[in-house]
Design a protein around this ligand. Structure first.
Ligand code: T1G
Length: 709
């Protein structure tokens, strides 16, 4: 046995323990160690039964995702994978009991299902999250799961990949017993009981009861395909997962395995899978901040305070309550406070009504929120988040007040979405404690926070902010201080191109449909209506003096605002909306305004192709992203990708704007940007970094590697 897998004995029961921290992935050496241990236990006459358990904090969390890149890049041939290992286990004449704690995910659950029995602690979870990596279970999961739990459960688990808590797994037939107390002792006792029963070991592959009714199977598969259509737009793997589960319901086991292998390979070599694996590691990579040691002592965040009880302040407050952190919630009047608290209560009640929160949990979280009208208790706060109106003078006033009452080591964070964090910090005597925590709306839902470092933000405040994001179940992305920081600075270019395309001949619906079909959650104009056209209108007016003279600016959105057409909130913006309905409806009045504006500006309208809409909008993100990288506003290209996927509805299966550009080829992107510069002027001045990478045949991924990330 290798040190990755050890074999010990508890009386007449062999215990095989996997030790491959941090998550016991099935890295090279682990499957081999399991086989060697099972064979040794099988040969040992004194052994009556076997337990397989994970050392450390979890059972096997899956195949080693790092190995896939080696297979798809041809460095490693895709051998038959785990099947020989699972075959040895399943054919072992002595009962093998899998003992599950933590997460038995992917290959972990597949290994568990090749054992004859499965026991788990109540807090354990099982799952087949492969579809989140753009693949499907590749080691029999789509064939054994239907036999243990039926087609409906298997289709849901393999197509959507959500974790299943142990009690539900017990109900479904995936596990056999919940162990209270010591897991290994419980599993050993269960193995002994199974051995003493004298019954032949039960192999999941032999079970037929739950897949024997074709009508039930057909209905479950049809429901699964419907759900995939609704929830997995544009994704390949969920559809293929259901095809594999269907094979389990129609074919003998070995033929089903062969079908699964064929579908697995198709997904593994897809662009979507490469992009989604990039996103999996990207979400973890962005937490690594060069120059800031992960052992830096953090500021303990035990109590928080939020200033400003509007939509953002309320959502931010909920994030702290959701993380179990008591939080003061301040407004300037009882009426505003009641209104803000009402929004929070309504949000929680909606989650309870959807069954995603119990009433008791809602009450517990509400009890952590203390509404206040003064700063009286603010000296207890370890962090104070300002979420007042987006206006510099007001923010500076608030920070001056906070500077007087907050504890010296308290973090003072602003939720500003575009304003200069250094200028805000200058309103205090402690700029080292000031930082931006830019939440995305709705703050209690969106999983990303732009952590905006000021010139003087201390490493400890930065490190604490990054760790706090994870505590709030968010992804913190560290960005530099500039107009619009990372996300909105790029988004300004994307929105600008979308609106120029309208003036040049495209319709509102056409631009939005092209980006929606590309995979964006919403088209750029529908997004404007959702966020409120007045928000960007106010920012444009605040920064107008900074616009270089003579530069082309969009001509229509200001007119819509002057007409009071702010978007959904006023029932009309780029689209019109029926009362109480958020469905965007084309509005001929807007089309007329666009045509009149173009005529007045001497813009000759023309038919605009889908390709041009995609290139003008998506490459404007890439070009500005490259500028942001070169200026160090973003640490890595993957940080930009993660922010766009988590904060702007960019499709994860495209990998993010920079990853997508790599898949197109930077030479091609750069050539297009140069063409657009010729046609549309200096707004399209190619980023020097894009030029450099394109001309040297490099990618943004190479850029990240060169930064040692
Ligand atoms: N392979 C390689 N590395 C992994 C890994 C994996 N499966 N899972 C986690 N890591 C790394 C992760 O990158 C991080 O590294 C560290 O472990 C801690 O992870 C054959 C083909 C288990 C719920 O998709 O969901 O099996 O940043 O920060 O928050 O059919 O990790 O420290 O350098 O996420 O406690 C299917 C993926 C694979 C599970 C733990 N399995 N992992 O969360 O820790 S495909 C998955 C997770 C497969 C089979 C198919 C989570 C977790 P670093 P972490 P965590």
């Amino acid at each position: 046995m290798s040190e990755l897998v050890t074999l010990s004995k508890d009386g007449d029961i062999a215990v095989i323990t996997i030790n491959n921290p941090p998550v016991n992935a099935l890295s090279p050496g682990v499957p081999e160690g399991i086989v060697a241990s099972v064979q040794a236990a099988q040969k040992d006459g004194s052994v009556k039964g076997i337990v397989l358990v994970g050392g450390g904090r979890t059972f096997i969390a899956g195949a080693d995702i790092k190995e896939f890149g080696k297979i798809t890049s041809g460095q490693k041939d895709r051998n038959v994978g785990l099947h020989p290992v699972l075959q040895v286990m399943e054919d072992c004449p002595k009962p093998i009991v899998c003992a599950i704690h933590g997460t038995a995910f992917g290959g972990g659950l597949e290994t568990a299902m090749a054992c004859h029995y499965r026991v788990a602690v109540a807090s354990a979870q099982v799952g087949q999250p492969e579809c989140k990596l753009g693949i499907i279970p590749g080691a029999g999961g789509t064939q054994r799961l239907p036999r243990l739990a039926g087609v409906a459960v298997a289709a849901e688990m393999c197509a959507f990949g959500d974790p299943v808590p142990a009690p539900r797994a017990l109900q479904a037939g995936i596990i056999d017993k919940i162990i209270d107390g010591d897991l290994v002792a419980g599993a050993v006792a269960y193995a002994r009981e199974m051995a003493a029963s004298g019954k032949p070991s039960r192999r999941a592959r032999d079970l037929t009861g739950k897949i024997s009714d074709p009508k039930v199977n057909e209905a479950a598969l049809a429901a699964g395909r419907d759900a995939v259509k609704k929830r997995s737009r544009g994704l390949l793997a969920p559809r293929k997962a259901i095809d594999a589960v269907e094979a389990a319901s129609r074919l003998p086991f070995d033929q089903g395995i062969a079908k699964e292998a064929e579908l697995f390979k198709e997904c593994l070599f897809s662009d979507q899978s490469k992009a989604l694996i990039h996103v999996f590691f990207g979400e973890r990579a962005v937490a690594k901040i060069p120059g800031i040691s992960k052992d830096l002592p953090l500021i303990p965040i035990k109590r928080a305070a939020v200033v400003g009880g509007g939509t953002m302040g309320g959502g931010i407050t909920m994030n702290y309550a959701n993380a179990g952190i008591p939080v003061l919630f301040k407004e300037i009047s009882q009426e505003a406070l009641d209104k803000g608290l009402g929004i929070i209560k309504k949000n929680y009640a909606a989650t309870v009504s959807k069954g995603r929160l119990t009433q008791e949990q809602m009450d517990q979280r509400m009890a952590l929120i203390e509404p206040v009208l003064t700063y009286d208790k603010f000296e207890e706060a370890d962090i104070i988040v300002e979420a007042v109106f987006e206006e510099m003078a007001l923010k500076k006033r608030v920070f001056t007040e906070l500077d007087k009452i907050a504890r010296p080591d308290a973090i003072l964070a602003s939720n500003t979405s575009t304003l200069n964090i250094d200028e805000i910090a200058s309103a205090t005597s402690r700029p080292a404690q000031v930082i931006g925590h830019h939440f995305f709306s709705p703050a209690n839902v969106m999983r990303v926070i732009e952590i905006v470092r000021g010139k003087q933000s201390s490493p400890r405040v930065i490190a604490t902010s990054m760790a706090l994001a994870k505590k709030l179940n968010k992804v913190g992305i560290l960005v530099g201080n500039c107009r619009g920081f990372l996300g909105n600075r790029m988004f300004h270019h994307y929105q600008r191109e979308a609106q120029f395309l309208l003036e040049e001949g495209a319709t509102v619906e056409q631009v939005d449909a092209v980006l929606y079909d590309y995979g964006m959650a919403m088209g750029p104009l529908a997004v404007g209506d959702l966020a409120g056209l007045d928000v960007s209108w106010r920012i444009r007016k605040e920064f107008k003096h900074l616009d270089p003279p003579g530069i082309r600016v969009p001509l229509v959105s200001d007119q819509l605002c002057e007409l009071g057409r702010y978007g959904q909130k006023t029932g009309a913006g780029w689209y019109r909306y029926e009362a109480g309905n958020r469905t965007p409806l084309p509005d001929p009045q807007v089309q007329k305004i666009i045509e009149q504006t173009a005529a007045k500006a001497g813009i000759k309208r023309r038919a605009i192709s889908t390709e041009e809409i995609l290139e003008r909008t998506l490459y404007s993100l890439v070009n500005e992203g490259a500028n942001i990288l070169a200026e160090g506003i973003a640490l890595r290209a993957v940080d930009i990708d993660m922010l766009y996927i988590l904060g702007y509805g960019y499709p994860a299966y495209r990998g993010g704007p920079m990853w997508y550009a790599d898949t197109v080829g930077l030479k091609k992107v750069y050539a297009k940007v140069c063409e657009f510069e010729k046609q549309h002027g200096s707004l399209w001045a190619p980023s020097p970094l894009l030029k450099e990478l394109a001309e040297s045949g490099k990618t943004f991924a190479d850029f990240d590697k060169s930064k040692g990330e």
